[in-house]
Each structure stands twice: as structure tokens, then as C-alpha cells.
Design a protein around this ligand. Sequence first.
Ligand SMILES: Cc1cc2nc3c(=O)[nH]c(=O)nc-3n(C[C@H](O)[C@H](O)[C@H](O)COP(=O)(O)OP(=O)(O)OC[C@H]3O[C@@H](n4cnc5c(N)ncnc54)[C@H](O)[C@@H]3O)c2cc1C
Ligand code: FES
Length: 1288
Amino acid sequence: VTEPHPEPETSLIVYLRTKLGQVTKSDRVSIDIYIFKITHFSVNSCLAPVVSMHDCAVTTVEGIGSTKTKLHAVQERLWKFHGSQCGFCTPGIVMSMYALLRNNSSPKMPNIETCLQGNLCRCTGYRPILGAFKTFTDEQNGGCPMLRKRCCNISLTPSERSTKPTIVRIATKLTTRHRSRYFPPELLITSRNHAATPLKFVGERVTWYRPTTLDQLTDLKEKYPDAQLVVGNTEIGIETGVKGRCHPLIVTPAAVEEISFVKNDQSGIEIGAACILSNLVQQLNKIVEEKEEHLTQPLSAILEMLHWFGGDQIRNVAVIGGNIMTASPISDLNPILMACCATATFMLHSRGTRKVTMNQSFFPGYRKTCAMKGEVSDSIHEKGGESIAVFCYFIKQNSNSSLSWPICICKLTVATWAHSCLNLCINTLICELRAWYMKAYMQSKRREDDIAIVNAALRVKFYHGEWKDELIDDVAAWMREDFKLEQNAPGGMAEYREALALSFFFKFYIHVKDCLCKEGATKDEIASEEQCTKVPLGGNHPVSLSTQTWEEIPENQPKDNSVGRPLPHSSGQLHVTGEAKYLDDITPYADELYMCLVTSTRCHAYVRDVNLADAMTSPGYVTYVDHCDIPGSNECGVMKGDLVFANGKFGLHLYYIYCKWLLERSTYIYICSVTCVGQVIGAVIADTCAHAQRAAQLVKVTHEDIFPRILTIEFYWKVRIAGQEHFYLETQACLVVPQLESGQMEIYCSSQSPTSLQDDAASVLGIESNKVIVRVKRMGGGFGGKGTRYIVVSNPAVVAAKKCGRPIRCMLTRQEDMLISGQRHSFYAKYKVGFTKEGKLTSLVNNIYSNAGNSLDVSIPVMERALYHSGGCYRIPNIAIAGHVCKTNIPSNTAFRGFGAPQAMLIAEDWISGIAAKLGISAEKVREINMYKEGDSTYYGQVLESFNLPRCWQECYQKSNFNERKEKIEEYNSKNRWRKRGISCIPTKYGISFTEFFLNQAGALVQVYKDGSVLLTHGGTEMGQGLHTKMIQVFPRYIGNNVVVKKCSVQLKVASTCLGIPASRIHISSTSTETVPNTSPTAGSVGSDLNGMAIKEACEKIVGRIKPLRKNFPKLSWDDLIIKAYLERISLSATGFYKTPDIYCNWDQDSGECFGRPFDYFTYGAAVSEVEIDCLTGDHVVLQTDIVMDVGGSLNPAVDIGQVSLTAYFILSRSNSSLPNYFPQIEGAFMQGYGMMMLEEPLINERGELLTRGPGAYKIPGFGDCPRRFNVHLLQNSRNKRAIFSSK
Ligand SMILES: Cc1cc2nc3c(=O)[nH]c(=O)nc-3n(C[C@H](O)[C@H](O)[C@H](O)COP(=O)(O)OP(=O)(O)OC[C@H]3O[C@@H](n4cnc5c(N)ncnc54)[C@H](O)[C@@H]3O)c2cc1C
Ligand code: FES
């Protein structure tokens, strides 16, 4: 590609998607660069400036395989092993694995886990992805996708051969073709001069220099002292991309070889400032292997930290100089370099070099170093052993900075510590044996790719004295004084973080004591119960040993009947190749404009002034829209409690006092009020996304605070459950296309509720719903977050499209999405529970409070569901539960998977645990004696039929070996002081139906075309949960059974194989209000039931019509039958409709009494989890999880479990059966629940600003959080009379 006008501000992903016109999904791409040899690595294309790609060959996911040609082995295996759900994360995951295989064709499992550290998936729960990639390792299967038992290269005994079914290759082998790529020869020629040619790119606002020698670099930096030196762009890219800053001059030392080295000689190790971290890892590993262990302790400490440093994509581009010079308090390397008293060399072109020791004065303040203007960091020198004392360096949060994780102020100085050590008279003998010891520690919320909440590097050198236990108390006292965090320090957890500092010292103390003992310097061994601190948490087991079991389908089930079979996701191949189209992949219209929202920065305030003067002069600016532009109603949302744009009607204030357009001042003057940070005030419309964002930043909004501000509902509570961010990978987005001719609006959106969106848009525009068409192709995840809150984007875009008469596109950035679109409700509860001395429940009084935010949205139904589930799985004779929905000044909270039930069930388990603790019996015992039984009534009068919970409970107990493991755990705990293990079994019971009864309806449209192909449309939306896949499975089953199998008994076998419709003949295009009207949201686990039944009804109609024809022509193929039906003028299209029967609930608003049958049925399950906790740091790891879930007769077990593992695949193919389809949902849901309970917590400051915006500050579980062993079993022989094909 030759780009005549390279723009330094443009990232590679934007260039690929917009300028180059390639609709790529690769947020990760693979880069080949030729500098003497071809080097291959993966990078984040959103952080890589396109100009840094000069001379590189870039490979995107589309470039390695496609559905039109052939899938790459990585793509094929991920697809076949059900490694994608919504598919939005999938291209990135494919590219990470692809890059690994390019460099290492027979990786081991730890290599795979490391290469995926920087990838996130919110749907699958990770296990199916790890399962798919495990097939590339030698350990398990010799690299053969058939696994060891089936590999053709492994000889079988005759008896084995007779029992083994025919080998069917399930995936192509990894060949050299998959591992190597062709490097363009023309690039090879230009790349030879890569290092020699300095470059300069001049863009609209930024000039970019790429010098090739140190002399040129220092010269440029002295000439332009304010220029930013950028190599990996992993710090600066966040500033410019996320915070919108602009650095007009950028100089990159990336091509300056003189500062990209690692030198190792007698004087120590010297590392060039532009040394890329992954190269550093390689070089240091070599040195550590060669030298004696005690000489390389700092290097081992660096390597240990680098293992957790970002992900591969960050380490492949970021450099050590960038880490030091950013002077960020979260730096993982600076503490080590300071503890080693490393020397940094600075270079000024006119002066030469200057050496500075990396001590406290090196970092004089937050994000400041002692470097002078114009200086370039040249190298870092680690001398290897000259420190005279322990040096600790801790992160301390700066309370002035709201978002940051600020500066470390180290008070435990070298001098103080050395003095103390001397006083302790350390044994001289030690000094002769070993001079010093060193270790680095860090603790972050998430294990992988997360910033530390505390990190430390500790080093001690012995002269005289003893290393004895009294030291711990002395040091603890000093540290308590030196490392005090203010209670309101950003990031919170002040006490925990202070305690962590002490814990790290204690760990270090034990480590040194152990070393001294091993060397014979002391006979004082560490106690056996402390040995556990030497082993990594959770032991050395690799992750992802797992099994999945389910009921095999009957042997006589016709092959073309796919119900119960584990078909891969219908869009799976499109996901892995990047061909799946999401909203932002829709080709831009020629006259399209982009919208960027202007939102409130105060949580409760009047808006006095919106000044557009600067925005209007910004390039590409077109117009500004706000409530004055709304032709219809400004009130929107499911309860009409939201506003499209702030206008003062909402909240405490009267609507609109004064509005005046002053053209000459380009200013709106009006008074309106806002009730949360992030409330939409208006929107800037511009020609491109970048221009809209830039102009929106220039809109100046003047606020005047209103009091009070109510942010939390904290009070005396027994249980508090934090909220949770949906973190769907595709953010809220829409494209509104006005049809000028008819006044119609066509809206492409990422919404779980097309009909509600249509209603809202019509009301905002003041037109009838028949003029608004809403289309949803697929979503990159929803989890409830796109059920109602799409309004924050769709309504402003509709107004803008109307005003401009041009298509309007908007996709929120991650930061905007997290700020604006609401989260799971946080809950608080106060309860009193009565019970007998045996632990039998007698009564419960429970008051539950939820934080609804600034509008009602779905907070009432969320609370209703919480009330229905707050008894858990237990029979309580006397019960009074009250729900309180609290209005506050935070963005409106909304639906999230489970819809209030998880919060309620957690409260229930809290009182169960309380009873167990009080009576001194196990919580499992209390659960068992109080668990409902078949035929019992719930406290709202629903009789429990086919109550499979006790079966799930027993099976889970048995399959997890609960009792035996509990005994082992007790033994382990008695032997280990600082590590403890725990195990617990928890039951669940979840009601299926919308509690808003009118929503329990669905429609479908089935159209059979003359060639026998079928177009299926239903009211459900596809967000990764595999709904379309299941619906496709329903159809052929129905047609198959009714047209072919049942009615042609003589020809049964032939007919089933020849006349059935394979799933491949059925297509679902998209969900549209044009084809199926008045749809209910796809939510509440009812999507398959409602839409499946509607499809069934539509099929029944068609089947009924062609039945006579089939009778007369029993041998006709499906295609011939259909053409015959057409010629006979039989209608081949039908609508279907379904409403859930017999659900009701009489809820007396006065007495509060509730009686009815609110749920069609319940799903049941039980889960056992075993965890290990580090008592010194609070860190934990899930060792094993076993789940038994009753899903009735699964429509598709692979979808339901969370995707089937390879092992499972083989179990099935051996028995000549097929896979069921439930596991991904269960595994994905488990990981989301794990995140909710253990990892995720949105944080809001006292000004109502969300601090946890973006993946840097808010951590969802990563690959490393997956249970080490993850077993999922579907309850067998469970049939559900009340749902489609007995499924649940
Ligand atoms: C997803 C992600 C994960 C991360 N994880 C971690 C982590 O786990 N631990 C951690 O410590 N950090 C982490 N970081 C921060 C960042 O990656 C590191 O600080 C990295 O080392 C910065 O290097 P860079 O080349 O990308 O810096 P750049 O962004 O290119 O530059 C950073 C700064 O350094 C200055 N600079 C660079 N080279 C020189 C030089 N030779 N002389 C003078 N000034 C110079 C630049 O002017 C600039 O101000 C993470 C960042 C991201 C985006
Ligand atoms: S499949 Fe990974 S985020 Fe949806």
C-alpha cells in the first residue's frame, strides 16, 4: 500500500477500516517486519499509529483464511470447538494464536495462556477457546487434531481397533502453510534500507519524525524539547485516543539501534531505553540461564513482573524507556530498578551524557522524572549487587487525581533501613556466603493484564546481625507509619493496601530466611506450615482440564434431525474469519454523518450555558442537536422516565425556563437540569468520527451545582452487593437512515428490543410506528444492557437524522458507554431470619433496597424478580419481603443477566451461612434440610412440579466428590498457615417467564422458496447466545418429523435421510420490525421458548398445507415437493404466534400479599467450587468448579454448556452420537457471575463521576481466572413439558 498522505494521528485500525476501505475486525493484527531477518509479532491495531507501519507487512484476520477460500487451522479449530458466541472478540483471539504459531509451531499450554493474556471475552467463559487451542500442543495429542487416541500415527492394538469407530478428521492439521506467510518481495527491498532512512510525516495537527541514529534523535529532541518520544505508544496512545490529547510533535526512537540493545559485561547489565520488552524478556532469560541464581535475582524479579506486564501485544511494542519516563506509579519495573539503585543515562545533544541513580529524587512527583528539557533517556544500568540495604517502593494514590493510580512516595529510605539493619547486628558469616537477596511482588485485582494496586521490590544486604522474627514487628511498626493511605484515596481499599505492604515484607522475610537456611548460614528453618508460601497460589497446575457431559441423543434419531445435536454457532465461521458484520461494519453511506454526544459532567446541576463557538470552527463540524430539535416527545424509555436530551423536566425542576439562540455568540442560553454525570445534553454532528469527537470536546457546558446529590444508598445493612458493568464487547451503536421520500426512518441498531426502539423513535419523531423500521443483524454481546439503554444513542441519532436529512452513525467509545449506559443494580439488604436449633427455617423478614439511578427504566421488574427469588431454594413457612427502589444521581441502572435474581439469591445464601455459623453446622446441611421438595409451594403460591433440584444437588455432590475433597481440604488447612482452601455447594432455582406478563409473547415468519430453501424470521435477536442456531435447529426437526418422518412411515428411514432439510438450507437474515412486529425483548432466558414455539406454529401451518401433497407423493424429495406445492398454488409462507399459557400473579398492592404462578417453569442447578486463598494478600484462585444443570432436553448442548470441549466431542463421536448444545451459556454465565462476586466493582467518587471507565480501570475476568478444572454436566433424563422440544 502506498499512502500519499499518511496521517500520524490515525491508528492502524482506523486506517484499515476507513481509508483502506477494509472492514476488518482485527483489533489485533499480526506484523512482519524485515530488519536483517523477518520478525513476526502481534500488536494492538488501535494503539499502533499507521505511520509506524512503514515497511511492515500487516496481516489481519481476513488475510489468513476465509469462508470463500479455506479457513486457517486456528480459525477452523476455534469454530469447530465452539470458541465463539457473539464473535466480537474472536478475530483478536485468532490473531493472538496465529502470531504464536508463526513463532512456535508446537507450543505448550503455558505459551498459549501467555499469548492470550491480553485478550478478553465476555461470552464464552474461556474454556472452549482454551480447549480448541489445546489441540495445537504436543503435550496432549502430538499436535494432531484427532487427539492421541485417534491419531493415525499412533498404532492401535487389534482389539482397540475393533472398538474404535472410523476416524473422522474433525480439523485439518497444522501445516507449514498455516505457519508461514509470504513476505512481499517489494517490501523486502525497501526494508533493507529501513534502518538507514530517516522519515518525516506531516499530518493535519501532528508531525512525526523517525530518526535512525542517536545523533539525529538527540538533535531533534533538543531542537523540539516539547516533542513526545513515542515507541510503543502504549502510554501516549491512551492519552491521545481515550483522553483526546494532541501532541503536535512526535519523535520515535524505534529505529535507533544504538539504544535498542541489552549489554551484559562485568560491570552489570545495560539496557537500551528503546529495548522492546519482549526482546528484553528473551535476552534476560538467556542471562539468567547462564549465570548463578544469586547473581541474577534482580533479573529474575524483572522477568517475573514482565510475565504479568500487559499482554503479548503490549510487550511486543512497549519499551523499558517508556515505562521509566512515564513515571507512572503503577509501573511494575521502576520499583525493581530503584531497589537495585540502577543508573539511568540521559543524553542532551549539546552536552552529552549524564548519569543519574534511580532513587527517590529520580521521581520528584506524579508522572515526573528528573530528566531535563530536551534530554533523551539512553540506557539503564543495573550494577548487580551494590545496594546497601532493603529498599521498598510502594504505590501511593494521590487524592488530588481522580482517575489516576498515582505516585509512589517512598519514605522507607535506604539510610533509615541500613541503620536499622546495622543495629540488628546481622551475622557476618552470611555476608561471606551471599551478599544480598532480592524479590519483587505485586498484587492487582485481576491476575493478568492489570495494574498493580500495590507493588514492591525488596532487597537486603547483610553486614552484621541476625535475620530473626523480632524484625517483623519492628518493620511492621515502621511501615504502618510510613505507608499510610488516606481513607478516600482513589481506588479505595486503603486498609487492604496498607496490609498488603506488610504482607509483602513478611513474604520477603520468609523467603530470605529460607535462602539463609538452605545456604547453611542459619539452622533456623522455616516452619512446615509456612512452606506453602514458596509455591505459587493454586500450585503449578495448568488451567483448563475440564469435562462436559450430557445426554446422548437416541441412536435412531434421523441424522438430519439436528435437535439435541451440538451444531456449531450458525455464524461461527463468520466470527473466526472476521466476516461477521456488526453494526459498525455497515458500509458508510456517501452522505453519512457521525454523531458524538455531549454529556453532563455534574451529577445534579442546572445547565446554564452551552457554548458552541469553538466547536463550530472545528474541522468537519456540521451542526449541534438538543431538545429544541425534537419534533415529538422528549420523554422516552420503557417507563417514559428518561429524556432524549436534558431539558429540565426531569428531576426536581420545572421544564425549560428560557431558550434563546444567539447567532452572533453561537451560544444557547437556557436553563435545564441534569441529574447524573453522563446525562445526554446534546450531540455534535460532523463529517467523520474523529471530527465529531474533537468538536464535542470543544463544546463548553457551564453547570451550576444543585444540592443534595444522592449517589449511594449506603446505610446500616447486612448484605451489600455491588453493581456490575455489562462490558459487552460491542458498545451501544446505531445507524439511522432517513428515507426522505416517505418520511420513513430505517434504523440499524445493536438492541435486544427492536420494537421498543421503534416505539421510542416514533414517539420522539412524532410519527406513527409504521414509518420506523428497526433492523438488528447481530450484537457483539448484550447481557441485558441493550434491552432498554440503547435509547442513549438511538434517540439522539434519530433527532439528528431528522434535522440533517442525512444518515447518522454513532458508536459509543468504551469510556462513553460505561459512563452513560447504566449497569447492574447494586443491592443492599437488612434481614432477620428465624430458625430452630436444628437449623430449620421458621421465618424471614427481609428489606431489600436497589440503587435505580436517575430514572425508573426496568428497576421495578428487576426488584420484582428479586422478591420472587429472595427465598432462594428454601421453604420458609412465614415470610415478609419488601423491595425498595431508590432514585439517585447516577446514570439509570438497568437489566443485567439474572435481572435481580443473582442479588436476591446471594442475600438468601448469606442468611443460610449465618445460620450455619451460629449453629456450628455446615452450610450444606442447612441448605439440605430447608430445600424445597416436589409438590411444595413457593411463598407466592407456585407449586413445584418436576422438581429436579434435589437430583442436581445429589449429582453435583457425587460428581465433584464433595465429601472426600472436604476432608482433604480440612487436612490441607491444618497443615498450611498462610494458604487456606474452601469448598462450597450452592443450589439455584430460576423462574422462566417475564414477570411483566404481556411480554410473554412472540411472533415468527417462515417463508419457503421455490427451490426448497427457507428464510426464517422471528422476534428474537442474536447477541451470541446462539438463538438463531437453535431456531434453525427447530425448523428442520419440525418439518422433518411432520412432513417426512411421521407421515411416510414406510419410507421412514429413506425419507429421513433423503427428504429432511439440513440446517444449511435455512437462513436467518436479521431481526426486523418490518417482518415480525411487536416483538418482546430478547431477555429473561425465554428467547428460545417463545420464538421456538412461534416458529413451530408457523411450520405447522405450512406442514398442514402440504400434507395432502405429501400423501399423494410420498417419495418426492423436499425440493421436488416444494416446487410441486408452488405449482399447485399452495401458500408457502406463514406467520406463527405464541403466548405463554397459564401464568398469572395476584399481587395485592395494599396488603402486599402475592399469590399466583408467575413462572412457566424453573431451571435448576447446583455448583461446587473449591478455592485457594493466600491469607497474606487476599489473592485467590478457583481450583475446581463442577456444575450440574437441569436444562431439560437440550436443543443444542454445545451452545448451552459454553461450547463443547474436544474431549467431549470425542466421547460423542465414539458413540456415533452427536453433541448437545448447552455448555457455553453455562460456562460464560459462571465466569460473569464470578466476575460479579470476586472481581468487578464500579467505583464512583463523591462528585458522582464513574472512576472505572474503560478496560484499564474496570476488570472483567480474563483467561487466567478460568477455574483450573471446569466440569459441566447437563442433568440427564429431564424433560420439560412446557417448552419447545422439552428443552429449558
Ligand atoms: C493494555 C496496557 C497494559 C499495560 N500494562 C502495564 C503493566 O502491566 N505494567 C506497567 O508497568 N505498565 C503497563 N502499561 C503501561 C505501558 O505499556 C508501559 O509504561 C510501557 O513500557 C510504555 O512504553 P511505550 O514504548 O509504549 O511508551 P510510549 O507510549 O511510546 O511513551 C511513553 C513516554 O515515555 C517517553 N519516552 C519513551 N522513550 C523515551 C526515551 N528514550 N527518552 C525519554 N523519554 C522517553 C515518551 O516521551 C512518553 O512520554 C500498560 C499499557 C497498556 C496500554
Ligand atoms: S464471543 Fe467473546 S465477547 Fe462474545
